[in-house]
Design a protein around this ligand. Structure first.
Ligand code: PNS
Length: 161
């Protein structure tokens, strides 16, 4: 049984993240999506909200689980008996940071490998930050995330005003 973790901020998840989760769920027996609780950052959604959102939009994929985590991704992987960390690569601009992270993780945990999935072309430009930017100006979010997530973003932004 090959278990992979997919760690990230997911604030909130986009179609780009869901594309990686769906494709990784075909290549691995189990995918555990790890939602980072980072007290140094102030995300739009709490970690519980991000987990709930991801659970809702991945409920049709039987081998996906969503969990919050704190601390190092390699520790999260070990706690979940995973030897693979999955990350999405959108463009060359992601590469330097992702390579540094993968190499650091390899130094910390030589038994855990990072596997990169190239994001599908239609989502190559997309990020949670871009989606929040468009949302803050009332733009159309339908190309960025499923309706459940769009509703959550609108509700959250309306509440914060
Ligand atoms: O979605 P993001 O914000 O690009 O995800 C980044 C994430 C959560 C994968 C990364 O920040 C991370 O692994 N954080 C946990 C701390 C850690 O393990 N750091 C060591 C790698 S440099």
């Amino acid at each position: 049984m090959v278990i992979a973790v997919y760690p990230g901020s997911f604030d909130p998840a986009t179609y780009g993240h869901l594309d990686v989760i769906r494709r990784a769920s075909v290549s691995f027996d189990k995918i555990i999506v790890g939602v980072l609780h980072n007290s140094a950052k102030s995300p739009l959604f709490s970690v519980e909200e991000r987990v709930n959102i991801l659970e809702k939009v991945t409920k049709d994929i039987s081998n996906v689980e969503v969990k919050p985590f704190e601390g190092l991704s390699v520790n999260f992987a070990r706690e979940n008996h995973a030897h693979v960390i999955v990350r999405g690569l959108r463009a060359v601009t992601d590469f330097e940071y992702e390579l540094q992270m993968a190499q650091t993780n390899r130094v910390l945990a030589p038994d855990i490998d990072t596997v990169f999935m190239t994001t599908s072309l239609e989502y190559a430009y997309l990020s949670s930050t871009i989606m929040k930017e468009v949302a803050s100006f009332g733009g159309d979010l339908s190309k960025f995330a499923p309706p459940e997530i769009i509703e959550a973003v609108k509700w959250k932004m309306h509440k914060e005003k």
